[in-house]
Design a protein around this ligand. Structure first.
Ligand SMILES: NC(=O)c1ccc[n+]([C@@H]2O[C@H](COP(=O)([O-])OP(=O)(O)OC[C@H]3O[C@@H](n4cnc5c(N)ncnc54)[C@H](O)[C@@H]3O)[C@@H](O)[C@H]2O)c1
Length: 252
């Protein structure tokens, strides 16, 4: 099943959706750079990929810092080869109702999701356009449609949809596609933290979410990884500028 050994970068891949996506892309035959804030945290994902017989390296970088992004992408190009796949997955939440939301809550979320995806995409596109082939997938969310307590996060996730469509228009002629995946409720540390914030037991929180989802279950990181696998695949070259809701039902 191994396709051409292309190099993929997955940000925020120490855990959750990013880790599952890194493992899936490695299983697809990609050489994967597992990027996260701390190289040590990313190493656990690399070890799992290696145990599965795949190729991966751990790279520590804060995606919202332009010097760290430039250094990380250069390191990937040197150690694995020029990156041709980028998954902008790194994310944080700083939930609060508008009247209680601090400027720091706002700026942190904008910086990681929007500035981070911008910096990573700008650095990686150079390698993709030179090769005449590339795939950029950014993680949006059903929260882009509006979600109580998430004015910052829903704004960032809606912003990533506009970012994606513009990249698709600008980069298409170089053989580079750009798409967004918008997950619904996925069982990860991020949703665990949300359950904690609202004072609910995680299993109850999950069951309440599942009751509202047409397929009647919470999503798993692997559900998102499978969609990213398709969008970054060799056969997805005519799919660009799209937002795919992976939410167990229609959410847009
Ligand atoms: N879990 C869900 O239900 C859900 C739903 C919709 C969208 N998403 C999105 O999917 C993505 C992954 O979510 P998750 O649930 O796996 O989250 P998570 O909190 O489990 O993992 C996020 C990872 O990103 C890393 N990270 C945070 N800031 C970073 C930075 N500045 N630079 C580099 N790495 C950084 C963290 O260290 C962590 O490893 C996020 O963009 C999130 O917004 C999640």
């Amino acid at each position: 099943m191994a396709e051409t050994r292309r190099v993929a970068i997955v940000t925020g891949a120490a855990r959750g959706i990013g880790a599952a996506t890194a493992r899936r892309l490695a299983a697809d035959g990609r050489a994967v750079a597992v990027v996260d804030l701390k190289e040590g945290d990313a190493q656990a994902t690399v070890d799992r990929i290696a145990a599965d017989g795949g190729t991966a390296i751990a790279v520590g970088a804060d995606v919202s810092d332009s010097d760290q992004v430039a250094a990380a992408v250069a390191q990937v190009a040197e150690r694995l080869g020029p990156p041709q796949i980028l998954v902008n997955n790194a994310g944080v939440i700083r939930d609060n109702m508008l009247f209680k939301m601090s400027e720091d809550d706002w700026d942190t979320v904008m910086n990681v999701h929007l500035r981070g995806s911008f910096l990573m995409s700008r650095a990686a596109q150079e390698h993709m356009t030179s090769a005449g082939w590339g795939r950029i997938v950014s993680l949006s969310s059903t929260s882009a449609l509006g979600n109580r307590g998430q004015a910052n996060y829903s704004t960032a996730k809606a912003g990533l949809q506009g970012f994606t469509k513009t990249l698709a228009i600008e980069l298409g002629k170089f053989g580079v596609t750009a798409n967004a995946v918008a997950p619904g409720f996925i069982e990860t540390d991020m949703t665990r933290a949300t359950a904690e914030r609202v004072g609910m037991d995680f299993e109850e929180f999950k069951a309440a979410a599942a009751a509202q989802i047409p397929v009647r279950r919470a999503g798993r990181p692997e559900d998102i990884a499978a969609t990213v696998s398709f969008l970054t695949g060799e056969e997805a070259g005519f799919v660009s500028g799209q937002v795919i809701y992976v939410a167990g039902g229609p959410r847009d």
